[in-house]
Design a protein around this ligand. Sequence first.
Ligand code: MSP
Length: 523
Amino acid sequence: MAAQDQPNFYVTTPIYYVNDKPHIGHAYTTLACDVLARFKRLDGYNVMFLTGTDEHGQKVEKAAGDKGVSPQAFTDSVSQNFRDLTGRMNFSNDDFIRTTEPRHREACQKLWDMLVERGHITLGSYAGWYAVRDEAFYTETEIVDGKAPTGAPVEWVEEPSYFFDLSKWQEPLLAFYEANPDFVGPVSRFNEVKSFVKGGLRDLSVSRASFSWGVPVPRDDAHVMYVWLDALTNYMTATGWPIDGSFGDADKHKSFWPADLHMVGKDILRFHAVYWPAFLMAAGLPLPKRVFAHGWWTNEGEKISKSLGNVIDPNQLADEYGLDQTRYFLMREVPFGKDGDFSKMAMINRMNSDLANDLGNLSQRVISMIFKNCNGVSPALPNNPQPEDVALLASVDALLNIVRSHMDQQAFHEGLREIWQVISDANRYVDGTAPWGLKKTDPDRMGEVLAVLAETIRQIAILVQPVMPEAASKILDQLAVTDEERDFTYAGGSVRFAAGREITKPEPVFPRYIVDEEEKGSA
Ligand code: MSP
């Protein structure tokens, strides 16, 4: 299919603050987007997947100051760590945006001008609390024991400031939510957003005058833009907006805006589901189609924090357990949208039971048997299938539609659970048909059974590609499936496992993790 005939799909991660190195939370959000982006590409979409870094604001300026370097030098080096992580985690992002880039400055200033021209931004003065850690303003009534409701320290700020007339957008936002019941997922989070908006909105300070590390406000050098107005605009910048600007790209923008999905963590939902649509409505621009807020990870039951020293480094996870194993664990262990706990034992269990035992053994046994007992050539599917063949093939053929509908709801764990259900069906089929015993008694039937299994494994490997691209590719190689035969038009039952192809001796794809005695004791 030519790109212009394909449907488009635009998915974004939040852009990450460069005040520190990447941790599991960052890797998790981007992984979820990567899985979706890969899924959609395999499903025939023309995908744009964006990630990047949020480099302005007081928090970053302060982090650079603490290190004794200029904000620009600091952001250059930390942003690189995030870029490196995308390589290490095998993320397939199509672009990596930095808010310090000229293309982004231009987009921010354009949006600002549109808001000013339409009368939604006016100069005033701000007096209130500000939490640098959250880059957020708080009212007196929100302060709990001298801190922000998030626990972040606050400081009193009094300075001239431009304001966005957020208070006028309460009714339009509520009407928009009503008309777009899928705008926010999960539903429980959408309800929180609605109650927040129903509680009334105050005008929002959108510029700061007491520091200078930000996008300059047009025609007023004393101010830089509030970092969230700047940051949220990145989603439009990367589509080649403004289309008449020096970095404009009308075709790209038309293809990808509005975004199909902004993936965020629960802590930053309000910025994406309230402020961002209000800015866009005020500017007369189209709104994103959906925002999904995922939960937070804890580490062995404890909140993850730098002060507790229990920050999980995604690079280390991939080194210790394997990259695809880590990707699988993060997407399978916790219902997506809920909080979850990382524990070493949970990781090892998933690795050994779901991967090494269930999928790994199945494919290793079946492909080895084909190699040894079918002269290294793929056998043919039965002309007259037995009821158990029909049942297994029907369950694997049904998977594509089932998994697709879970993916469209960002229910990654459910999609994987369904795939593993068919893997257990296949393992039961192996036990029931006992192909190794058929070698002497009924070699023709043995070939048929192995072909039914190979067909099941082929479709499963195609479907797990978004989550475990490398492992899936190894299994597909072992089954002699060509690179052109791996998209989703080859799943769902319309195409079958090809007979007569050369099968070579397979190597195991999912090693077991051996727990040593010391670790067992500490678990
Ligand atoms: N810069 C803003 C986003 C601007 S988007 C226009 C920001 N950056 S962040 O680096 O602080 O956070 C990025 C993401 O990491 C958030 O989605 C947040 O929810 C996620 N996580 C941070 N800690 C986390 C966990 N412990 N677990 C899961 N995700 C977590 O916010």
